[in-house]
Design a protein around this ligand. Structure first.
Ligand code: DX5
Ligand code: ZN
Length: 224
């Protein structure tokens, strides 16, 4: 099943709680929350206190994307603040299994992400231990960038390796996703679509979410 995860980074920060519940009412199943520390990526976004503040707004699934240098230290804090899934970057840590176990211990779902320059094979050893793999389709750090279509072979090779291993984690793409690029991503194995600017820039969220789902579901894929 296709899941839409609007990226809160593109929302109006003066009314975050409403921006979250409006997307939930519009039919988005997940909310993508980008956490940046100004160190792993050259930008600073939001911290656990914000996650805690928006948690009561609705029951949407909180998909927390940690673009930070020390996920082992902060994952438990985000878990307490209301995250449902915590994704860390493979490039940020020396011992990915330790981070996976740290997140697992909080009782939340575990995601692992790779940046554009990191090869697919780098995540293969961890596939049996995670709930989600996030393939970045832009350089992490900022919203509103152009979708990197050259990430599609990498996405497909992760999907194929999951099938080969008999695993079925969620496979998420993040960066430059709109009604057109979503189709390419789904064709190549993605089932969770993060979309920031292409959704929050629209005045009618319900129409925007429905159109994105319809576009993604129009693609014929044997492995869905
Ligand atoms: C980039 C973030 C993305 C970003 C996506 O570092 O991880 O989640 O908000 O924004 P759009 O959809 O505008 O590319
Ligand atoms: Zn993200």
């Amino acid at each position: 099943m296709i899941k839409i995860s609007p990226s809160l980074l593109a929302a109006d920060f003066s009314k975050l709680g409403k921006e979250v519940s409006d997307m939930y009412d519009a039919g988005a199943q997940w909310m993508h929350i980008d956490v940046m520390d100004g160190h792993f990526v050259p930008n600073i976004s939001l911290g656990p206190v914000v996650v805690k503040c928006i948690r009561p707004s609705c029951d949407i699934f909180f998909d927390v994307h940690l673009m930070i240098s020390d996920p082992d230290k902060y994952a438990p804090v985000f878990a307490k603040s209301g995250a449902d899934l915590i994704t860390f970057h493979l490039e940020a840590v020396d011992d990915p299994m330790k981070t996976i176990e740290t997140i697992r211990y909080t009782g939340k779902k575990v995601g692992i992400s790779i940046k554009p320059k990191t090869p697919a094979e780098a995540v293969f050893p961890y596939l049996p231990f995670v709930d989600l793999v996030l393939i970045m389709t832009v350089e992490p750090g900022f919203g509103g960038q152009k979708f990197m279509a050259d990430m599609m072979p990498k996405l497909l090779s992760v999907k194929k390796e999951c099938i080969r291993l008999g695993l079925d984690p969620d496979i998420e793409v993040d960066g430059g996703i709109d009604v057109e690029t979503a189709k390419q991503a789904v064709e190549n194995g993605a089932n969770v679509l993060v979309a920031g600017s292409s959704l929050y820039s629209k005045s009618d969220y319900k129409k925007a979410v429905s159109e994105l789902i319809a576009s993604a579901e129009s693609v014929n894929v044997s492995f869905r």
